[in-house]
Design a protein around this ligand. Sequence first.
Ligand SMILES: [Zn+2]
Length: 94
Amino acid sequence: MHPIKVVVIIILLYLGYRLVVSDWKKRKKKEEKSSETNLGNETVEDVLVEDPICHKLVPKRQALRLKSRETGEIVYFCGEECCNLFVSQEGEKK
Ligand SMILES: [Zn+2]
């Protein structure tokens, strides 16, 4: 093999390596950024919560929230009707 060909191959390999590494670094940065924004927004309006009464999925932002007396957890409802039903059901259990 001609020595110049070897040099060219080495340079090409080096450039390819550089390209792969920089691309990989960029992708890693992008991933970090996207995970950050996901955490930052917490996408509250996109989160669907299940109404325990009618089992409808309601956007968290629009849902009626109530702290369950039984479990202490926050429960989400599609509307006042379901909320009242839940409260009366919890009352019955006691
Ligand atoms: Zn409901």
